[in-house]
Write a protein that binds this ligand. Structure first.
Ligand code: PEP
Ligand code: MN
Length: 338
């Protein structure tokens, strides 16, 4: 349930009302907008007399929210959420472009790619150190060393970094190394203990959509993180599994529109994992921006044919430069900047 207060509601009224609600065993999230204050109530709201609260002098509206996610719901927070990640704003007018290799392979490789993508205008550096691989015999990532290499490269080119975590016992290491966004990969979208653990910290989280997750399940996973107090969640559509086998996954661009309607959280699109095909990446990145995504994440490798992971979907730095030029053309058409 949400309670929308009138713009002139005095603080004393807000305090009395929130105290009364909390005394009934409910939790409240207060969202202070430019004009209005909204109280988001979580818990068994049937104990409240909705009619009576609607009649209070400073209450504008009382709405029951049917969606099982509350903090992630746009009803709780009508304005778009803008998240600051290492100085980069995500969800505002300016688009975010996260780029880099699937996995960190050496200091030279990650620094080289970092310099190239920075020169082309990328706003964040990505690179996997802990890799979730289908086969236990495949390269699993350079782990702690890889993380250090990525963060060093990010520092050298002055780009914030985003990288995937696979288990909660690495959170301290990610915080020590100053990772700017912690990525929860598609395979871990419903690893609820991991979601709860990143909910307790104050670091932006990039939550990729699970391979077979519905939009509601995806938003419920965001809710897990937010319920812990960490409201800085960025969603990433990266393709879902369908009967189609031509592409690695099926990019669900309609999910961007749906999530923008249902939630206030920023949404980005990863056309690399969605398709598995290098030649589709640029056009789908353009499409993502055209439908209203707040940015994209793309895999870029200095030598894709010899990449240790996901070479077929990785674009070269030169292709990335072309992609950035295309996005610069699309951005103003949809009222965005790059
Ligand atoms: C990745 O971004 O490197 C990754 C493994 O992505 P996903 O979780 O979407 O498969
Ligand atoms: Mn990859």
């Amino acid at each position: 349930m949400i309670i929308v207060l009138k713009p002139n509601a005095p603080q004393a009224f807000v305090d009395t009302l929130t105290k009364m609600i909390r005394s009934k065993g409910l939790q409240i999230d207060v969202s202070k907008g430019a004009r209005k204050t909204i109280l988001g109530l979580v818990g068994n709201t049937s104990v409240l007399d909705t009619e009576q609260i609607s009649g209070y002098e400073y209450v504008e509206q009382v709405v029951r929210v049917d969606a099982p996610y509350k903090r992630a719901s746009r009803a709780f927070h009508p304005e778009d959420t803008v998240i600051n990640a290492g100085g980069v704003q995500i969800g505002g007018k300016k688009l975010v472009v996260m780029a880099g290799p699937c996995s960190v392979e050496s200091p030279e490789q990650i620094e080289g790619v970092a310099r190239d993508i920075q020169a082309s205008g990328a706003t964040m550096l990505r690179g996997g150190a802990f890799k979730p691989r289908t086969s236990p015999y495949s390269f699993q990532g350079l782990r702690d060393q890889g993380l250090e290499m990525l963060c060093e490269a990010g520092k050298k080119v002055h780009l914030p970094v985003v990288t995937e975590i696979m288990s909660a016992d690495k959170i301290d290491l990610f915080l020590q190394d100053n990772v700017d966004i912690i990525q929860i990969g598609a395979r871990n979208m419903q690893n609820f203990d991991l979601l709860k653990a990143v909910g307790k910290i104050r670091k932006p989280v990039l939550l990729k959509r699970g391979l077979c997750a519905t939009i509601e399940e995806w938003l419920m996973s965001a809710e897990y993180i937010m319920a812990g107090g960490n409201h800085d969640v960025i969603l990433c559509e990266r393709g879902i599994r369908t009967f189609e086998t031509y592409t690695r996954n099926t990019l669900d661009l309609s999910a961007v529109l749906a999530v923008k309607q249902l939630s206030h959280l920023p949404v980005i699109v990863d056309p690399s994992h969605a398709t598995g095909k290098r030649w589709m990446v640029e056009d789908l990145a353009k499409a993502a921006i055209a439908v209203g995504a707040d940015g994209v994440m793309v895999e870029v490798h200095n030598d894709p044919d010899h990449a240790w992971c996901d070479g077929a979907q990785s674009i070269t730095p030169k292709m990335f430069d072309g992609l950035m030029q295309s996005l610069r053309q699309i951005a103003p058409i949809v009222g965005r900047e790059l």
